[in-house]
Design a protein around this ligand. Structure first.
Ligand code: LLP
Length: 420
């Protein structure tokens, strides 16, 4: 459920007509519904309220400071994967004691920054990282709390690019190898072994792969106990899917029920790293039709947003619903919605049944709150679009549209090109 709906054939976000936002900020733009963000966070976090847990929002899905501040204000932490994300999180007021750091390629600088920020936990993904983190911690006179990110080898049954917990994937350490690494970690003075973690993939539409992974983690924790290594945190990662088209993913309450049923009589603090399920359906990308054209009997609507603004359709063949901002009772036609970028892969929707559209009409590309803006680029020298948050009958810009000056910021022409 989200707060994008029609009133008298006009698309609203909460109580604000989308067209009125376009009039003020221009197009394209991302718009997020505050009520939806809040409700999704609370529904997810609340589903675990009867067990010790921490919801670490996976900020790679949408790292705008306003969203981070909203979730932090509701008790959330974050899952980060880079120094840049740590900076954003701290800047938005997230408690460092609620930050977990995953990622296969953490640089020394990132490790130093996170150690000195005293984050909750590093999810270590390789034997070499373990040693490097130990060095960094010793050098800064601190102890780094760690879990080992285990690759449980379960099939999340999702798109291959976003499945991460199979043994052929680059993530984590195999369960068999993990025991030895835990033993090693307990002997390293810079490290404090506190957890076990995994993340098996994204956009999962069933709970069984999560339960399978959890069972493997439980077996590992039992073996660690036999080695006198006790664990405080069990981090299950993120991955719960959403409805883009006709998918029927489990509700957070069902997901929580299945996970909690595996945790009876344990004392671990459960860490969850949801991204998409919280923000995905809380946002839309609004774009304007520039041209309507028919070539070789195919209908195209060329809009002012492109693959650089929302790359999921091009990269994964992902489906995003297309909604006209003003409904038109005319007969539907089949068309591609494409952007201005010079690549055939630049499309937002293919062979879609849409109402007739004309230049200046606005459309909303739905379910774009997760991995939309955060994956955008300036390809074709297109400034990144602005982001807006709506709360009831008002809205605010939460990120300014970039300018042409922003495009060349930091670039320079070397003297040897101009002198001589
Ligand atoms: N934790 C870790 C360690 C992750 O790598 C991810 C996502 C998450 C949590 C959050 O997963 P979520 O709850 O959002 O499914 N760009 C792709 C998705 C890539 C996901 C990467 N990792 C897309 O647009 O579908």
């Amino acid at each position: 459920m989200h707060h994008f709906h029609y009133k008298k054939n006009e698309l609203y976000c909460e109580d604000v007509p989308i067209a009125s936002i376009a009039k003020r900020v221009g197009t394209p733009f991302y718009v997020y519904s505050h009520a939806t963000l809040k409700r999704h966070f609370d529904a997810f976090d609340g589903a675990f309220s009867d067990v010790k847990h921490l919801t670490c929002y996976s900020m790679k899905s949408n790292s705008n400071k306003a969203l981070l501040a909203l979730f932090a204000g509701r008790g959330g932490g974050v899952d980060i994967v880079s120094g840049g994300e740590l900076y954003r999180a701290l800047n938005a007021g997230v408690d460092p004691g609620k930050i977990v750091f995953s990622g296969v390629g953490k640089s020394v600088q990132d490790l130093e920054y996170a150690v000195s920020s005293q984050i909750l936990m590093f999810n270590v993904e390789s034997p070499q990282e373990l040693l490097k983190l130990n060095d960094v911690a010793l050098r800064s006179g601190q102890k780094a709390r760690i879990s080992i990110r285990v690759n449980p080898d379960v099939d999340p049954k999702t798109h291959p690019y976003i499945s991460t917990g199979l043994k052929e994937n680059k993530f984590g350490i195999g369960v068999e190898e993990a025991l030895g690494q835990y033993e090693k970690a307990t002997k390293l003075d810079g490290l404090d072994v506190v957890g076990v973690s995994c993340h098996i993939g994204s956009q999962l539409t069933q709970t069984s792969p999560f339960v399978d992974a959890l069972r493997k983690l439980k077996e590992l924790i039992a073996q660690l106990k036999d080695m006198n290594i006790s664990i405080r945190y069990l981090d299950l990662g993120g991955g719960l899917g959403i409805t883009y088209d006709s998918e029927m993913p489990p509700q957070p309450s069902e997901y929580a029920r299945d996970i909690k049923s595996e945790l009876a009589s344990t004392d671990w603090t459960l860490i969850l790293e949801p991204g998409r399920v919280i923000v995905g359906n809380a946002g839309a990308l609004v774009t304007k039709v520039l041209y309507a054209k028919t070539s070789h009997e195919k209908n195209f609507f060329v809009v002012d947003a492109a693959m650089n603004d929302l790359m999921r359709p091009s990269l994964y063949g992902a489906y995003h619903g297309i909604q006209p901002v003003k409904r038109n009772p005319g007969e539907k036609l089949t068309a591609d919605i494409v952007g201005p970028i010079c690549e055939s892969g630049d499309f937002l929707a293919k062979d879609r049944q849409v109402e007739p559209l004309a230049p200046e009409d606005l459309i909303a590309v739905m379910s774009a709150g997760a991995y939309g803006f955060s994956m955008s680029s300036t390809y074709n020298s297109r400034p990144r679009v602005c982001e807006v948050m709506v709360k009831e009958d008002r809205f605010e810009i939460i990120r300014q549209r970039e300018t042409f000056e922003d495009l060349v910021r930091g670039e320079s022409i070397p003297d040897f090109l101009t002198v001589g």
